[in-house]
Design a binder for this molecule. Structure first.
Ligand code: PRT
Ligand code: ZN
Length: 213
């Protein structure tokens, strides 16, 4: 089926449910199964792929998927900001710097020469360069917030929403580096047919957002 558009969403994680709900609220029906890797809509020429969120920007860039839903944090970290076509208003969070609760902190300049653990070296590196601060970044893929307590880092930069994870690990949020929400992304060389389907989807998504307000 060539006249079908492929949308990649997160298989299981914080974006999954809201992504599926958004598609349903757009009036699109599909059979969902948690075990499947893809599914087809029954009343719109749409195929849904279920992937790890980190893989989605690259697959959309390469055209393996035409569209995707990811957090801006993942999109920017992948170096593909130009793929964004629509903000979606859910999965809002921030990427923040945090230091141990008792540590002295008077401003971002205090991080000069310090070890900072993060899963977002691109975004953090750019932020620190913009602030004129040179620090050592240590890229770790998970459990970033325990790094200071095990002596691995002086500070961390990680995703925060309620702040309770930082609190529970004895950390204090000191700077907001980046604000993020879920976005719709699209391949930049869609065929005219697929571009038309994307336009229809965006129109419906915008209507859903207006109705939610
Ligand atoms: O398996 P896969 O690779 O697909 O998923 P993942 O584990 O990489 O991502 P996932 O499901 O955790 O998050 C997907 C996206 O949700 C992120 O890329 C963000 O855009 C968004 N998001 C929104 C969040 C949060 N809120 C969030 N709170 N992502 C992560 N967190 C984590 C954060 O890393 C920290 O460990 O939750 C903890 C902090 O939460 P609070 O409420 O205690 O501050
Ligand atoms: Zn991920």
């Amino acid at each position: 089926m060539t006249n079908m558009i492929r949308l990649a969403i997160q298989k299981s994680g914080r974006l999954s449910e809201d992504s599926l709900n958004l598609i349903r609220e757009c009036g699109i029906s599909f059979l969902s199964s948690t075990y499947k890797l893809k599914t087809e809509a029954t009343n719109f020429p749409l195929e849904i792929l279920f992937l790890r969120d980190d893989d989605i920007p690259g697959y959309v860039q390469d055209g393996v998927a035409d569209l995707g839903i990811v957090g801006q944090n993942v999109l920017i970290e992948a170096g593909l900001p130009a793929l964004e076509v629509e903000t979606l208003g859910f999965s809002k969070c921030r990427l923040s710097l945090a230091v141990p609760r008792g540590a002295e902190y008077n401003g971002v300049g205090d991080l000069a020469g310090k070890n900072i653990a993060t899963s977002y070296p691109e975004i953090l590196g750019r932020y620190l360069a913009g602030e004129g601060v040179k620090a050592q970044l240590h890229t770790i893929s998970g459990s970033v917030e325990i790094a200071p307590s095990i002596g691995l880092a002086d500070a961390i930069c990680d995703i925060v929403s309620s702040g309770s994870t930082l609190l529970g690990n004895g950390l204090r949020e000191v700077e907001t580096v980046f604000r993020s929400e879920a976005v719709l992304i699209a391949n930049q060389n869609l065929s005219a047919e697929k571009q038309e389907l994307l336009d229809q989807l965006r129109f419906r998504m915008q209507a859903v957002r207006r109705a939610r307000r």
